[in-house]
Design a protein around this ligand. Sequence first.
Ligand SMILES: [Zn+2]
Ligand SMILES: [Zn+2]
Length: 556
Amino acid sequence: MSEVSNWQIASLLLRHAKLLELAGESAFRSRAFSHAAESVQNASESIAILAREDRIRDVAGVGQGIATAIEQILTTGSFAAHDELTSRFPETLVELITVPGIGAKTAQRLFLESQIDSLVALENALESGKIRETKSLGLRIETVVRSGLEQIRRRTGRMPLGIALPLAEAFMAAYRAVCPADEITLAGSARRWEITVADLDFVIVAPAPDTSVQAIAAMPMVSSVTYCRERTARVALAGTLHADLYFSKASTFAADLLQATGSTRHLELLGELPAEAASEEEIYANRGFTWIPPELRAGYDEFDRSALISLLVTDRDIHGEFHAHTTWSDGSGTIREMAEAAEVKGYSFLGITDHSHGLGIAGGLDEERLAAQRYEISSVERTQSVKLLAGAEVEVHRDGSLDFDYGTLARLDVVVASLHSGLRQPRAALTERLMRVLENPNVDIIAHPSGRLIERRESGDFDWERVFTVAARTGTALEINADPSRLDLDPRMAQAASGAGCLITINSDAHNPSGFSVMKYGVKMARKAWLKPEQILNCWSRERILEWLAARNPQV
Ligand SMILES: [Zn+2]
Ligand SMILES: [Zn+2]
């Protein structure tokens, strides 16, 4: 029997995590399994080998319980707890929660009340009217299912950048470990920071490509070698993702990298590439251009705008964030831990904006707890160099009203307003709802304005032109949410918003102290939108921001 691959182990652990959630069992256990699945997926060593050496627990997030499960998977292909769970809840149930709009609770009801246990069964039940006819489900669930299935049909099947990029980094680290003499560089759409990617591309300077391919085939992340030609190879990675490898030599590396990075349109505009060059910079210079960073190589107007490139926002321009969560709502870091992480990041301010109660999550803040939290924020702040802004991520109701009353909001340093539900309202209603929020003098920032989740939930249908016009007038900042599952506003919309005169803010929406690491995605999206620091609230000086917030704050 061939060895069980890391991918096979990871996908079983992940299915178990989802099934636990679906079965309504411990959320903590479910998270532990999905965290372990991610570590196993990105492990640079083969888990089967680690097991033989009794080192499974070296993998981050793998405790005794999960280590035992992995050992059982390696010998039997499954594990006892999973077999027990699947005897009650079939594994295909996991398919139901891939449908936008269907969460664990709805999936459980569909199964327990209508015996719908897979995507196929769901489609059949929709067609036969079974969902509508089941009393506890009814027309409302039928509508959700219909629209969810339609959204799935419209999906691209591409992998979100936030999953692809860490995978690419793990692949390169593993490659360097087995081929230390080679040099591997990321290319393709992932190097261009495209929001989703179809595959991963790497350019490799290798003295002996044949030997390198053999080493690659044995890497635990690689499930098979699809083909191998003289200078290129394709290997299958996790799921349907594959990696294309281009073997190069030092003298042709720059041209090969440029070619493999694309985009096709960009290369057309750049013109024929030389066979050999010392660097990408040299190739651009020989054509009379400055070097264009990969994230701007869209093949649109980047050559005309190239004089602006040196003025665009960079990671170093971000002095702080306005939108972060703590253990007061659904975050896992305390106020102090978040403040310390912000300080390590070099920030000079941080907005603490936990969810308000209307979101319906455990621990959403009511007025009383908000006041108590404010007290803790002040006491933590006295020991920190980071200026903490006491705020809230306030739920926007279906009619555009907010969770907190006027006085409560006016007492906060920063108010972030969000639409987390009702995003499928028709355009007129949805836009009106946001208008009310923009006109509310207490609201400083609209978080993740479109509400999209990449490859999972489509944007709300807003009249963006109106939204941008009004936001520019009210001075309400619009967010580029840097969480790679959101990247919302997306670059094209952020560019339009900024062009209409709107102020932009970039936030990680961190839910734990390491959550600030995704800021780099937000900055790249802002660069794709051609934004300069002046147009982004986070890049202003702390003094100027405090003045801006104070000026916006109506008198109580
Ligand atoms: Zn939110
Ligand atoms: Zn948030």
